[in-house]
Design a protein around this ligand. Structure first.
Ligand code: KIV
Length: 285
């Protein structure tokens, strides 16, 4: 929460893609995923720049084995929940698997659904093969964030969730994709799980900001899956950092509640009828 010199709370202005783009070389961009209303409220009070409704929700919220199972309908419901919190941060929604790959018309129609709900931009995975599709979405007035490196929707083709760009050929392909994507009109680019040198060279080359996850520190910003930093869930990738062990904090609270109910200590507060006459009448009826 920002305050002025006498401690008054300053209203943060709503961030636009222009604000995010201007952060390159000025301020590290802080991005995080969110999937619901109350978490978005907390994230926004903390003052992050970008909130992504990631299709990671399939794994961390819906219990799916991968992001491949996530549907447009599910992404829309969670986008609505996040938008209902009216965050000042830029809201970006992930385009789920097979929602943009077929043709321009479908890609434009599906991405427009997120903006209608209040999102500020969409993100889609993939490189130069989607250049024309991205161009047509951008030309319809919908800002697009790119996503290269490890693209989880293609984990089967990639051969698992592995670090990419470890050899020259792979590094060059990712770099070339980044250059092509900038040319297609994206306003920023997520680089996931690559050798740090790949992300560094891309960041130095592009004039749009790069936002990295597991690709090292030489980027214009960082993004993380919120469940990983909060310590929710049993698995998190090796590049994530757990800032709090929320799983055990929540478990302790639930055990305390359970113990209180079983021992008659909860509820502590309760309320009765207005008059003794009514009570008597009620029990005797
Ligand atoms: O789905 C997601 O959460 C993402 C981030 C990890 C970048 O795409």
């Amino acid at each position: 929460m920002q305050t002025n010199y006498i401690g008054e709370i300053l209203e943060r202005k709503k961030l636009t893609i222009r604000d995010i783009m201007k952060m390159k070389n000025n301020k590290k961009i802080v991005a995080i995923t969110s999937y619901d209303y109350p978490t978005t409220k907390i994230i926004d009070e903390a003052g992050v720049d970008v909130i992504l409704i990631g299709d990671s929700l399939g794994m961390v919220v819906l219990g799916y084995p991968s992001t491949l199972q996530v549907t447009m309908d599910e992404m829309l419901i969670h986008t609505k929940a996040v938008c209902n919190a009216n965050p000042k941060a830029l809201i970006v929604s992930d385009m789920p698997f097979m929602s943009y790959e077929f043709n321009k018309e479908k890609a434009i129609l599906n991405s427009s659904k997120f903006l209608r709900l209040g999102a500020d931009a969409v993100k889609l995975e993939g490189g130069s093969e989607y250049k024309d599709i991205i161009k047509s979405i951008v030309n319809s007035g919908i800002p697009v964030m790119g996503h290269i490196g490890l693209t989880p929707q293609k984990y089967k083709q990639i051969g698992g969730y592995r670090l990419l760009g470890k050899n020259y050929q792979e590094a060059k392909e990712i770099y070339d994709d980044a250059v092509q994507l900038e040319d297609s009109g994206i306003f920023s680019l997520v680089i996931e799980y690559t050798a740090y040198e790949v992300a560094k060279k891309i960041t130095e080359k592009l004039s749009i900001p790069t936002i990295c996850i597991g690709s090292g520190p030489y980027c214009d910003g960082q993004i993380i899956v919120i469940n990983d930093i909060l310590g929710l869930g049993d698995y998190s990738p090796d590049f994530a950092k757990k800032y709090v062990d929320l799983k055990n904090i929540i478990k302790d609270a639930i055990i305390n509640y359970k113990t209180d109910v079983e021992n008659g200590k909860f509820p502590e507060k309760f309320w009765g009828m207005k008059s003794e006459d009514d009570r008597k009448k009620f029990f005797e009826s």
